[in-house]
Ligand binder design. Structure first.
Ligand code: BGC
Length: 883
């Protein structure tokens, strides 16, 4: 804390543009700007801001914005401020900064400068042509003067690696993101200034099949097998003296065949280093034997900027063990199941072929068990150059889901350092942290995070290992909140939601997988609901109103599609329902519950967007669906919904489909089924489990939720861990045969949201979005002595950490500037005499609020005796003592 009188707002930090930090090549014409506030005092908020946007950093240094000076705008908006200056131009970099005023009218210093750069904003600016012809394409070109600024705009139908003058450009791998190519391809913008030189230059592109040429059983690839991938490249080069040169992909490029003999996402890569052509990506290479590139039509969709974290190699992990179960067969254990590949280090005779097979499981014999990866061959083969040097190989255009690697054909005896794991996924930032005094909870949290990241490959996939890896929408919706509390998913989901709209049919239907490769159209309603649900979570977690607006028509069309299938207000069609359940729940009930939810979301979105007629109409429809649900599924004689499973009752209760006078009775049925019917075990699939623990917590049974979360016998998360899981399984059962049993599926990870929301107690305030209002309400589970959660929200850090000993509860809370919180401090059941202190100061005593603690604006007591504090921003250390 500064000395008295020095209190004030600090410079805004963490400047973002369209959720990205200093993005290069965006194509939103009114990008939204955001910042995080800091203040030396508690209870502070923003009352106004001023944004400056300039085309040169020097202009900004003089506190001028030649592009936009917002002036002082009275507003508390710090997370979604749309750019509102002069029209933004293609390929131009903009520098910006912001300062704010606090509630007392004190101005903050300016933030540090941030920047954003526009991509190519109109289709006409693309002069490049789609070309193909081999898996290597190249072109040489002269640059007449010193390069002052150069950009490359790149995409492919397939995967690419961009190379300039002998070097790989940037650190993206498996780029571009997978899209419905017929509708849209995503291009990436690279700053290539440092890769170019005056004089001769060369651009080279390596191409892989990616998802465009994937051969699979899941529907037709965009390109028939055997056709080569295509690319589109445009280089814009500014030279000293104001000259500009453009290099584009066209028929003047040369096409050749490189060392990659075959590549496939499912099957792996075969690389023959004897076929490398040193210098092919540098000037002066003799390409006279290469043929001219073919100019093609391209996939036909629009070109959009790739505005989300790219796929990268994010970590390297050493093996923990190597064994030698058979002569010549070496099996590496990386100690962790994950997505990526292995880096091989080898020295040996020319022509030696070393093979790496990947698997999640081992047999007792120590050999790989690859039964559950089904048709995926998951094999990388490297043939040595054999020039006496150490050769280091990593594949370019494939990835595997694995913990174990089998190495064969190795010249000599490999060591532990022969292989290392390379962890590869969309490089989302970690924003959350959860931990508690019970190690099992921390282990589950670890499994959730590894499982989730393994399945982030530009779309949220179901699994990373077998011949599938698709954007299954049910899985995506199941864990979206967990994901958002652990990782910065804002840009990723903004993109995926657009991917969903790209598959929407004229009838409003969406598909089970996005891009649509497996499963059906229309989607199972519990899968299709990903469209409204993800939009809604974007609104809740990030305060994103624009996404509701942009997708409003799409959401309305989707709901109207569902309505067309439910003439009597009951939506019955279903394929998977409560998928992978222990006890089956009729799919009709699951579909209909989501129909109700989807209509409610649409009604709420309409209200937020000021479409009051729609808001009313869809609220009415929701009420009709609720009546119809009860009529259709409630069996008054037996007092159960449908067949009375945990999922049937959980969905009915959680979604608010049960008439008030029957709530107690239905809840009783549910808890009886859990406790007496199943000895405190879950019987749901991945749909039911998402809501089961939150429901129990919400209805006063958080101890029961906790018991379910910490079970160690089948079915439970603890059971997976007891059986050696390092990522979540697809099934509650421990199966390892040829059936559907991935050991790295993320959808049971929905419990992760409950860790943050219930155990740490971090929640959105009622009817609020983007953490403007926060509710901290930790559940003090009986056998925990402490739990803590931190989430870097769009407003800044929210954290809650409690520790408990008999008679004393300590609760440390952080609330970001510009937010308010209601903090519920739970007391022990029997305790009567309660005293709450903040630091040394008393806030509550003798049944009364004691005013005077900075930042605390009020306190009251709930009927159950818990103390509720109203606070503004700041860090607080509360201590409740009770007798
Ligand atoms: C996937 C699931 C998916 C399901 C649909 C499976 O093959 O792996 O996670 O949601 O199909 O039923």
């Amino acid at each position: 804390m500064l000395a008295l009188g020095a209190d004030g707002p600090l410079p805004p930090k963490n400047l973002r543009c369209e959720y990205l930090s200093n993005p290069l090549g965006i194509d939103v014409r009114q990008p939204r700007l955001a910042w995080v506030l800091e203040h030396t005092a508690r209870g502070q908020k923003q009352t106004a801001y001023q944004i400056l946007v300039a085309t040169r950093p020097e202009t900004l240094t003089q506190d001028k914005g030649d592009q936009w000076d917002s002036g002082r705008v009275a507003s508390d908006n710090s997370t979604q401020v749309p750019y509102n200056g002069k029209p933004l131009q293609s390929s131009t970099t903009y520098y910006w900064k912001v300062h704010t005023w606090d509630k007392d009218g004190n101005a903050s210093p300016y933030s540090r400068a941030a920047q954003f750069e526009m991509g190519l904003l109109s289709a006409e600016e693309w002069k490049a042509q789609w070309i193909a012809g081999g898996n290597l394409l190249r072109k040489e070109f002269p640059v007449a003067a010193k390069v002052v600024r150069a950009r490359a705009y790149v995409t492919a139908l397939g995967y690419y690696e961009l190379r300039l003058n002998g070097q790989k450009v940037g650190s993206n791998v498996l780029d571009p993101a997978w899209t419905t190519y017929e509708k849209r391809s995503l291009y990436t913008t690279y700053d290539v200034t440092a890769y170019l030189q005056s004089g001769p230059n060369a651009v080279g592109m390596m191409l892989g099949n990616g998802w465009a040429n994937q051969t699979w059983d899941w529907g037709d690839p965009v390109k028939p097998a055997g056709q080569s991938p295509e690319l589109l490249v445009q280089l814009e080069i500014d030279m000293e003296g104001g000259r500009h040169v453009q290099i584009v992909s066209d028929k003047s490029w040369k096409a050749g065949k490189g060392p990659i003999a075959s590549d496939s996402i499912y099957n792996g890569e075969t690389y023959d280093a004897r076929l490398e052509m040193p210098g092919w990506d540098a000037p002066g290479f003799n390409d006279s034997s290469w043929k001219a590139a073919e100019v093609l039509k391209g996939p036909g969709g629009v070109l959009s900027a790739e505005m989300m974290p790219p796929i990268r190699v994010v970590d390297t992990i050493p093996p923990v063990l190597v064994s030698n179960p058979q002569p010549g067969v070496y099996v590496y254990d990386l100690g962790q199941n994950f997505a990526g590949w292995a880096q091989l280090r080898v020295k040996g005779p020319r022509g030696t072929a070393v093979k790496m097979h990947f698997a999640e499981l081992l047999y007792d014999s120590g050999m790989l068990n690859r039964e559950n990866i089904r048709g995926a061959k998951a094999t990388d083969t490297y043939t040595l150059r054999g020039d006496g040097e150490l050769e280091v190989f990593e594949p370019h255009f494939t990835y595997h889901g694995f913990r174990y690697v089998e190495l064969t054909g190795f010249p000599g005896t490999p060591g532990l350092d022969t292989l290392r794991g390379r962890v590869v996924h969309s490089a989302v930032e970690s924003v959350g942290n959860f931990a508690a005094s019970k190690p099992l909870l921390n282990q589950i949290q670890r499994l959730i995070r590894w499982g989730y990241l393994s399945n982030l490959h530009s779309v949220p996939t179901d699994c990373p290992q077998r011949d599938e890896r698709m954007g299954w929408m049910g899985d995506a919706q199941a864990t979206a909140e967990t994901a958002m509390l652990n990782f910065d998913m804002a840009a990723f989901f903004t993109n995926f939601i657009r991917d969903i709209r790209d598959v929407q049919g004229p009838d409003g239907s969406v598909t089970d997988t996005v891009p649509h490769k497996g499963g059906s159209r229309p989607a199972d309603p519990a899968w299709g609901t990903a469209y409204p649900l993800l939009c809604w979570y974007m609104y809740e977690q990030y305060g994103d109103v624009r996404i509701l607006d942009e997708h409003y028509d799409g959401l309305k069309k989707y709901v109207e599609f569902l309505r067309s299938k439910a003439p009597d207000n009951v939506l019955r069609y279903s394929y998977y329902g409560d998928w992978v359940a222990v006890e089956h729940t009729p799919g009709e009930l699951v579909s209909d519950a989501y129909y109700y939810k989807d209509v409610q979301i649409l009604a709420k979105a309409a209200a937020i967007l000021g479409k009051s007629a729609d808001a009313q109409a869809y609220s009415q429809l929701a009420a009709q669906i609720k009546d119809a649900f009860h009529r259709e599924f409630y069996d008054a004689k037996r007092g159960v919904y449908a067949n009375g499973t945990q999922t049937a009752h959980t969905l009915a209760l959680f979604f608010g489909l049960v008439p008030d006078d029957q709530l107690g009775q239905v809840l009783g049925r549910l808890t009886n089924d859990i406790v007496y019917g199943h000895d405190t075990h879950i019987t749901t699939g991945f749909i039911g489990v998402k809501y089961l623990l939150p429901l129990l917590t919400r209805t006063g049974s958080s101890d029961l939720a906790y018991e379910l979360a910490t079970q160690t016998t089948y079915p439970s998360w603890g059971y997976m861990i007891a059986n050696g899981a390092t990522t979540l399984w697809e099934l509650w059962q421990n199966k390892t045969g040829p059936s559907m049993n991935s050991h790295n599926h993320h959808m049971f990870g929905s419990v992760g949201a409950w860790f943050y929301q219930a155990l740490a107690g971090i929640n959105l305030g009622a009817d609020s979005a983007g953490y403007g209002k926060i509710r901290i309400e930790p559940q003090i589970a009986r056998d925990l002595t402490w739990a803590s959660g931190t989430v870097e929200t769009v407003r800044g850090t929210v954290s809650s950490a409690w520790s408990h000993s008999p008679g004393v509860l300590s609760l440390d809370v952080t609330i970001p500037v510009n937010s308010q919180a209601r903090i519920v401090i739970p007391k022990e059941e029997e305790a009567t005499e309660l005293v709450v202190r903040e630091g040394e100061q008393i806030v509550w005593e003798k049944g009364k609020y004691v005013p005077g603690v900075p930042g605390v604006t009020g306190a009251s007591q709930e009927r159950n005796g818990n103390i509720v504090l109203e606070v503004g921003s700041g860090r607080y250390s509360f201590k409740l003592t009770m007798r």
